[in-house]
Write a protein that binds this ligand. Structure first.
Ligand code: F2R
Ligand code: MG
Ligand code: MG
Length: 314
């Protein structure tokens, strides 16, 4: 099989994130035992998805804001990013509490910088900065140091805790590497990621992910809303089944907990590697297609590709 074009990878990444988010959202907060009563194998979720249109959540809505900023400015520009986040914000998408308050403060013209410091001790270590950062990885895929620096900037409005920020750096690097990869090399992938996230909280899971073979061991990586309980899980799931998007997102959804976000992150990495072509049609067709739905994501991917293709290191 020929490798995907760059355009294919960009579209795959954005759509792979949105589909993972929207499918995972149907199971958010549920226990693995409860999900197992309906779905036994990861692929079952793609083959027999829940009935009806699949609606994305805050993960995709914020990722759209990151994309729009990158397309408009060529890099992360703080005021533009805040403006896009607030403009796109819809409460019913299901935001984290602190992120919700910050976005409402931006929207209402209040001083929000203090909020990010004060609402949670030491700033947020939630996975909200990592769940939206994939476009940064695409844009700066040829330069991991730049991707990490831009990921830090993209976290700034809402996530000031070092673990929230480091989770975003790691996820951006994983997308960057996947989008440049012709044939997945596990050792090289993890060696490069380990250089990006040296702190113990991430180094441990990355070390375990490198040797992961059994799906049942994914449970050791966590399924929670903290970046340290979900970013490693998404990366581990991708690296276990790099050639199979349905298996990669299905495996994290079967863990229960923060299913939308784990599937969004895992789906973004998977499709940055595999491209758009093999996202199951059933899932793609079910993804919402309103004003900022499926076709808008395809347009964003095209614009991103035009804006950033010269940075390719392929
Ligand atoms: N919030 C949700 N889902 C909840 C259910 C929504 C429901 N369906 C509805 O109908 O409303 N999902 C989204 O939130 C996660 C991303 O969150 P983000 O952006 O990181 O938010 P925040 O507010 O910064 O942090 C989330 C929680 O993490 C804990 N936390 C973070 N830092 C902390 C600290 N320093 N000390 C203590 N706790 C900390 C807090 O409980 C925060 O509320 C994604 O899952 C996304 O899908
Ligand atoms: Mg969500
Ligand atoms: Mg979530």
């Amino acid at each position: 099989m020929s490798s995907p074009t760059l355009e294919d990878r960009f579209a795959g990444c954005l759509l792979g994130l949105a589909v993972g988010d929207a499918l995972g959202a149907r199971f958010e907060g549920r226990s693995p035992e409860g999900i197992a009563q309906q779905y036994l194998q990861p692929r079952d979720l793609s083959e027999h998805p829940p009935f009806g249109e699949l609606w994305y959540t805050d993960d995709t809505q914020m990722m759209i804001g990151v994309c729009e900023t990158l397309i408009a400015c060529g890099e992360i520009n703080y005021p533009e990013l805040c403006r896009r986040f607030a403009e796109n914000y819809e409460l019913h998408r299901g935001y984290g509490r602190s992120t919700q308050l910050i976005l409402e403060a931006i929207r209402d013209g209040h001083d929000h910088r203090m909020l990010a410091e004060e609402l949670l001790p030491g700033g947020s270590f939630g996975n909200g900065a990592a769940m939206r950062v994939a476009p940064v990885g695409l844009a700066f895929r040829g330069d991991l140091a730049k991707a990490a620096e831009q990921a830090r900037k993209s976290a700034q409005p809402t996530h000031l805790h070092r673990l929230g920020i480091e989770g975003a750096e790691l996820l951006a690097a994983a997308v960057a590497l996947a989008s440049c990869t012709e044939r997945f090399d596990r050792d090289s992938f993890f060696e490069q990621l380990q250089a990006v996230a040296p702190s113990l909280e991430y180094a441990g899971p990355l070390g375990r992910a490198r040797g992961l073979t059994e799906r049942r061991d994914l449970v050791l990586f966590g399924n929670g809303i903290a970046a340290t309980d979900s970013v490693g899980t998404a990366i581990a799931s991708f690296a276990r089944t790099p050639d199979n998007y349905s298996e990669t997102i299905g495996s994290v959804i079967l863990l229960g907990g923060d299913t939308d976000t784990m599937a969004a992150m895992a789906g973004a990495i998977s499709r940055a590697y595999l491209g758009r072509a093999a996202i199951p049609e059933k899932l793609l067709d079910a993804l919402e297609d309103g004003p900022k739905g499926r076709r808008y994501l395809e347009t964003l991917a095209l614009q991103m590709c035009r804006r950033f293709s010269h940075r390719s290191n392929e």
